[in-house]
Design a protein around this ligand. Structure first.
Ligand code: MG
Length: 246
């Protein structure tokens, strides 16, 4: 091995052609440094999961791993992630449909006119942070029937973002779902509520959302249906479109 004269990313650690030190290996593989060092112990003990190519270099306790081994592990990791995604999809004969909550199933603006103007003023532009606001909102016209119908044809989930600044909204969202769809296992929404700020991390074929670019919706890997847009102004058009693609 020859020492590379290129700038050293981690001062004090050598950079060698075709090799990476354990800190960099951990970074490349998305594992902790502790895990990278544990793989040394596994290799020394001849157990699976250990490095195949690890070498000690210099007089310090510095170890390096070959770049081809890193590439091999990265390729295996990518294949495993794809495999999990495909397994989740194929475990269901039905296509996966996610439906947003605020202003898609819940008519969020419907009851604002009854609220103290001073409170509205204080929460201007962030009405979803008004304590208790969520519980009193009615469904969007046709939303409950549409969701119930679509649940027969799709593996359906509610995919919503709850405001970080209003913890009661997290509770009120599940209560709203239970109130309008039912609490028990025969509800089409039973244990099918996902609250997240990263909608792109939910796997699915379709997402119905009135804000198709927010909270990761623009990176959702399936088709995003913009609820309230010219093409999909209401649940009648959305339901017809989806049933034709179930
Ligand atoms: Mg919404």
């Amino acid at each position: 091995m020859t020492v590379d004269e290129k700038p050293i990313k981690y001062p004090g650690l050598p950079v060698l052609d075709g090799w990476v030190n354990l800190t960099e290996a951990a970074e490349l593989l998305g594992i902790t440094r502790q895990h990278a060092y544990k793989k040394l112990a596994l290799a020394a003990a001849g157990k699976s999961g250990g490095w195949k190519s690890a070498r000690r270099v210099g007089s310090q306790n510095t170890y390096v791993v070959s770049r081809p081994e890193i590439d091999e592990l990265l390729a295996a990791k990518g294949a495993a992630v794809c495999g999990v995604s495909e397994a989740i999809k194929s475990s269901s004969a039905k296509k996966i449909l996610h439906v947003d909550l605020d202003n898609t199933l819940v008519d969020f603006g419907a009851r604002l006119e009854g609220i103290d103007p001073g409170v509205l003023d204080h929460y201007d532009g962030r009405y979803d942070e008004i304590p208790g606001i969520f519980a009193v909102m009615p469904p969007v016209v046709g939303a409950i029937n549409a969701f119930t119908t679509l649940a027969e044809h799709f593996e359906i989930f509610i995919l919503s973002t709850a405001p970080w600044g209003n913890p009661s909204a997290w509770q009120h969202k599940v209560e709203w779902v239970q109130l309008h769809f039912g609490f028990t296992a025969d509800s089409p929404a039973y244990k099918r509520l996902t609250l997240t700020h990263r909608k792109d991390l939910s796997i699915g074929d379709f997402l119905v959302d009135d804000r198709p670019t927010k909270n990761g919706a623009d990176r959702f890997t399936g088709e995003v249906i913009a609820f309230g847009s010219d093409d999909f102004p209401d649940w009648t058009t959305v339901t017809a479109y989806l049933l034709a693609r179930a």
